[in-house]
Design a protein around this ligand. Structure first.
Ligand SMILES: Nc1ncnc2c1ncn2[C@@H]1O[C@H](COP(=O)(O)OP(=O)(O)OP(=O)(O)O)[C@@H](O)[C@H]1O
Length: 357
């Protein structure tokens, strides 16, 4: 993926609501985790992440990254008030989340979790309309203005065509989009989303992540998203909270965490290595030999990748040096070595030949 593929696109104009109050979301001295039930009292504390001081700024997309089981969902649930903190507090625009009534909190903060939603017989539009409840009167009836906001939210996430579909029949990715629209329809100052791109195809992942960043920038929203889409997050996010395997949380711009080595330390594994220069992950595999390559520029990286899979390091080298693989403009790939030559017509044929050469 290159940065040219993730340039901003215009967010549909949002009717009505003035810019949200500034201030973002801040956690101070926050310890998140669980309590075991006890017949005698509140039970023992089981901290997952301790003593966190975190800020997500208004107008920025903050991405929460970390390996499985490091506490991302636990942190998000605590930030939105669903799970009580074991210590410390969470503030939205300077006000303690724990002290807000649910009705007031729902106007400030929207959340999309990974839990399955029982949509009953609602259409996608009606499901998004539920996001307007903090703004409707006690009858819950939607005004023309509410309908406009619902339509805006559906369009913003590219789900307008799904509006009349029964929500229960949507695919995982379609439902994820509609639930994101419901959160936007709430017109909050802060939006927290737990793995919103988990079920989406690649173009939709990019589109939703860029949309969230653009909404943050253009509408002054505070957006915090957890994801396993590392490379995309590192390209698009304004700020990163990175939970490492020792439960330390590193914060900064993606480049700050790449330079400090925190990204590599958190995710490098037996078969995976982070390349700070390209900002992407590659397979780690011990090279068993080197091979000289000669190719047009557009085929060079692909040739290198295909050979790396076979345990070969591709190096440019002087003419005549063997073993050698030459790619030509037509995509023919010729192997030379041990006095023999063989031309293959696809990467698949090349890699199969290399394996038995
Ligand atoms: N209800 C619960 N009660 C007790 N412990 C829990 C509960 N839910 C999660 N945990 C534990 O808290 C830790 C963090 O889990 P959490 O789901 O927050 O991680 P995560 O980073 O979101 O993981 P993943 O990337 O796999 O979604 C894990 O050890 C998990 O087993």
């Amino acid at each position: 993926m290159t940065d040219s593929t993730i340039a901003p696109r215009p967010v549909p104009h949002r009717p009505g609501k003035p810019s949200p109050s500034p201030g973002g979301l801040a956690a101070a001295g926050l310890t998140v985790g669980y309590r075991t039930r006890s017949a005698w009292g509140r039970g023992a504390r089981h901290p997952v992440l301790a003593d966190l001081d975190l800020t997500a700024r208004a107008g920025e997309l903050t991405v929460l990254l970390g390996p499985n089981g490091t506490g991302k969902s636990t942190l998000l649930r605590t930030l939105c008030g669903l799970l009580p903190p074991l210590a410390g507090d969470v503030r939205v625009a300077g006000r303690d989340v724990a002290e807000e009534t649910p009705a007031v909190l729902a106007r400030r903060l929207a959340v999309v979790l990974t839990d399955r939603v029982d949509a009953g017989l609602l259409s996608a539009r009606e499901l998004v309309g539920l996001g307007r409840h903090p703004h409707t009167g006690f009858t819950g009836r939607l005004t023309a203005e509410d309908h406009r906001v619902v339509q805006w939210a559906l369009e913003a996430v590219g789900a307008a065509a799904l509006a009349h579909r029964p929500a229960a029949e949507l695919s995982d990715g379609e439902r994820q989009r509609v639930l994101t629209a419901r959160a936007l329809a709430q017109e909050p100052d802060v939006v927290l989303l737990d793995e919103p791109t988990a079920f989406l195809d690649v173009p939709s992942r990019v589109a939703l992540t860029v949309l969230l960043r653009d909404l943050a920038r253009e509408q002054g929203l505070t957006v915090v998203v957890s994801t396993h889409d590392l490379e995309l997050a590192l390209r698009v996010a304004d700020a990163v909270w990175l939970v490492d395997r020792t439960s330390r949380v590193h914060t900064g711009a993606p480049e700050d965490l790449i330079v400090s080595g925190a990204v590599a330390a958190a995710f490098d594994a037996e078969h995976l290595a982070f390349d700070p220069l390209s900002g992407s992950f590659g397979l780690r595999r011990a090279a068993r030999a080197t091979v000289t390559v000669e190719s047009p520029p557009h085929l060079g990286p692909l040739l290198e990748r295909a050979l790396a899979r076979e345990g070969l390091t591709a190096l440019p080298g002087p003419a005549g040096e063997e073993p050698r693989i030459s790619a030509d403009e037509h995509g023919d790939l010729t192997l030379r070595g041990d006095g023999a030559a063989r031309t293959t017509r696809s990467f698949h044929e090349l890699t199969r030949t290399v394996r038995t050469w």
